[in-house]
Design a protein around this ligand. Structure first.
Ligand code: ATP
Length: 247
């Protein structure tokens, strides 16, 4: 698709294009396209930019990953399709392990995603040979590796579904979620919720990580941060409502 860079929805259209291509090549599940649409709707309400609450959560996420014993970045189809280079760069800077972990797991999709990450510079991507299981999740959805997600103390799970976010939390892990929907179950279950678009969030975490080595983890209240995000959305809607006038 040829879209001029001056098009007001250029960035959004390019992301859709990447996801369509990844869907056609078998990396993204059908449901992944629907999840992206839900995310776009919330991004619209947030002004399609990184809000201060997200920036604070990204800073805390960088610090948690840097201070972890076994930090792992869990990668699904949408995230791999949208920002593979950024994931690889974040994994390098921390350093953290990358593990492909899918809700709609098939061997074929797993292999394609691992190869896609390797094509973008990743090494030792985990996930193809699961040897552990996240308790409380039905078989295929709980598969993971002992070296990676199972033994991780801090897990970054961009765009995770609520059940798995909750299950990881119940295992005692610190969970960092990227989700544009501050109302989702994952957003409410996470230790740190980053309400930002994933292609903005991952490079921001990397940038903070490159500045914060050796520093302690700052205090952070996730519920308070989420309340501020919801207030921000409510305020934006009220302003829009006012723009339509009285009556
Ligand atoms: P939950 O189970 O946590 O209540 P859900 O059913 O909405 O949430 P999914 O269907 O797995 O979970 O959707 C994933 C979430 O990812 C959606 O809430 C959507 O807002 C968010 N999302 C989709 N695309 C992006 C993106 N590019 N950046 C950030 N968030 C996104």
């Amino acid at each position: 698709m040829t879209v001029p860079k001056s098009h007001p929805r250029y960035e959004s259209l390019m992301k859709r294009d990447k996801l369509i291509e990844a869907y056609k090549s078998g990396m993204v599940a059908e449901a992944g396209m629907i999840a992206h649409g839900r995310g776009e709707a919330f991004d619209y309400l947030l002004g399609e930019c990184t809000i201060p609450e997200a920036e604070e959560a990204e800073m805390v996420a960088a610090s948690l990953l840097l201070n972890a014993n076994n930090p792992v970045i869990s990668v699904n189809g949408n995230v791999a399709a949208l920002c593979p280079e950024a994931l690889v760069e974040l994994a390098r800077i921390i350093p953290a392990k990358l593990e492909v972990n899918l809700f709609y797991r098939t061997d074929e999709r797993m292999k394609k995603l691992v190869k896609h990450l390797e094509d973008h510079g990743a090494e030792n991507v985990l996930g193809l040979e699961p040897d552990a299981h996240i308790p409380g999740l039905e078989h295929a959805r709980g598969l993971c590796t002992n070296e990676g997600i199972f033994s991780a103390d801090v897990v970054l799970v961009p765009l995770e579904d609520g059940d798995r976010a909750l299950a990881l939390g119940k295992m005692g892990k610190t969970t960092i979620i990227v989700d544009l929907n501050p109302l989702s179950r994952s957003a409410r279950a996470a230790s740190v919720t980053i309400v930002d678009e994933v292609t903005r969030a991952i490079p921001n975490i990397t940038e903070f990580a490159s500045q914060m080595k050796g520093q302690p983890v700052p205090d952070f209240d996730n519920s308070k941060n989420l309340r501020k995000v919801i207030d921000r959305i409510s305020h934006a809607l009220f302003e829009l409502r006012c723009a339509f006038g009285q009556g």
